[in-house]
Design a protein around this ligand. Structure first.
Ligand code: SAH
Ligand code: SF4
Ligand code: F3S
Length: 438
């Protein structure tokens, strides 16, 4: 029996793309996922959002040389955002001549044919496409995140935030037709999935190309109106396109998780402008206020970058104070990483690494304080989680509540895929521990 092994780097979008890659591999006779050592094909689905994401993949690729030497028929393929990056395919080929296939983000659906071609002749293949127009790839993914299922609503990004490489490696924003999204959601619910996560770099600008047929709040409304017992999440929202309509729809449906992931990036207006984010700190805070006028205390999570070119101590302190003022439930924090080809990489005033490192430590400290404070509010109360896994080390089942808090509990029966109400006894960071009462 032939097996495959996929190594995924980067965001949820990439995680879902790996599920599609697995779907393609199945049609090519690779029947199941195996370990790295036993696999007949290894696919690296890469990310290039920050330098360390690239270094990570480079490091792990190097280690495959030995496997390839021992196993002549092994196929090694590299795809994803880093493969799509200008000039990277040549660098990959030079550094790792044993790689058999390089493919980009725009020709995922050709992967099956590329594998056939590689099997037919023993020459390495590099196949990249500048842009992808279609939004339906006809690939049946092998889903790996039950009870959650990822559903693309848009591909690509038009925003060109000055630090970000995504628009260069994922192309222009394209919206899937609402009826296709809804068809997929209905089918997933029919198959027993209990959580749907709608995916896009900027879900709020869904239908900016007119191809969706309705706005994002309308689509969300329609998804949450599908019959069945499930909940809905979505990411990522861009603050420049947040609307009152979205808050209204979130409030309207019990099925929509009361949580908004709204990346702020910085608390300083001067830096936000240099980042080309097209909102101010004040506008950002007023959006959270508007959201919370519909959904009192609605948790908001965010992404923050420190050490953007020219960032001063004062700018940074505005980011720190934003964390307090917005009361973020949690945050992903990043040190700015210059990406070749982006506007910010050419800016004067790049910040020394030791300054950025000191800042991110202070930021993480502030975020942790928020995290602890919010987790503590659940202690002594009940919260509903969707059980998603069993933690072997802890010997406990786990799942998330709608605010994204991880809840752990002991159970004799397998509860994966069930909604479980937990009486929370204690909290540790983002984790809650308790007793199931239903
Ligand atoms: N489309 C989403 C997120 C894309 S990438 C959005 O707009 O919010 C996820 C996060 O990576 C970003 O929110 C940003 O915080 C971070 N990021 C992107 N480019 C980066 C860079 N060059 N250096 C450091 N962090 C970066
Ligand atoms: Fe990157 Fe900005 Fe697009 Fe997000 S919205 S993917 S940060 S360019
Ligand atoms: Fe995602 Fe990384 Fe690409 S964050 S879109 S996999 S560059």
């Amino acid at each position: 029996m032939m097996t495959y092994h996929i190594v995924t780097y980067g965001c949820q979008m990439n995680v879902h793309e790996s599920e599609k890659i697995a779907g393609i591999l199945k049609t090519k006779g690779y029947e199941r996922e195996g370990t790295l050592e036993e696999a007949d094909i290894i696919v690296f689905n890469t990310c290039c959002i920050r330098e360390n994401a690239e270094n990570h993949a480079f490091g792990n690729l190097g280690a495959l040389k030995k496997l390839k030497r021992e196993k002549k028929d092994l196929i090694i393929a590299v795809g994803g955002c880093m493969a799509q990056e200008a000039g990277k395919a040549e660098i990959l080929r030079k550094k790792f001549p044993f790689v058999d296939l390089v493919f980009g983000t725009h020709n995922l659906s050709e992967l099956g044919d590329l594998i056939d071609r590689r099997r037919a002749r023993r020459k390495a293949i590099v196949s990249l496409k500048e842009e992808r127009a279609e939004t339906e790839d006809g690939i049946e993914p092998v889903r790996t995140s039950y009870p959650n299922a990822w559903v693309n609503i848009t591909y690509g990004c038009n925003n060109f935030c000055s630090y970000c490489i995504v628009p260069y490696v994922r192309g222009r924003e394209r919206s899937r037709r609402a009826e296709d999204v809804l068809g997929e959601v209905r089918s997933l619910i029919g198959q027993g999935f209990r959580e749907i996560t709608l995916l896009g770099q900027n879900v709020n600008s869904y239908n900016s190309d007119g191809q969706g047929g309705m706005s994002f709040p309308e689509l969300l409304d329609a998804v949450a109106s599908v019959e069945g017992q499930f909940r809905v999440r979505f990411m990522t929202s861009h603050p420049k396109d947040f609307s009152e309509e979205l808050a209204r729809v979130m409030k309207k449906h019990d099925k929509i998780c009361k949580l908004l992931h709204l990346p702020a990036q910085s608390g300083s207006n001067r830096i936000l402008e240099l980042m080309n984010r097209r909102y101010t700190r004040e506008k950002y805070l007023s959006e959270i206020e508007l959201l919370r006028s519909y959904i009192p205390g609605c948790p908001v999570t965010t992404d923050l970058i420190v050490g953007f070119p020219t960032e001063t101590e004062e700018d940074f302190e505005e980011t720190l104070s934003l964390v307090r003022e917005a009361g973020f439930a949690s945050a992903f924090t990043f040190v700015y990483s210059p990406r070749t080809g982006t506007k910010a990489a050419g800016m004067e005033g790049q910040i020394p690494e030791e300054v950025s490192k000191a800042r991110i430590m202070r930021l993480v400290e502030q975020v942790n304080e928020n995290t602890r404070a919010l987790s503590a509010t659940f202690v002594g109360k009940t919260t509903e989680i969707l059980c998603e896994d069993f933690d072997e080390k802890k010997g406990l089942y786990l799942g998330r509540n709608e605010a994204g808090r991880m809840g752990y509990f002991a159970s004799e029966q397998n509860r994966i895929g069930e909604f479980v109400t937990l009486k929370v006894e204690r909290a540790n960071g983002v984790s809650l521990f308790g007793e199931p009462v239903s």
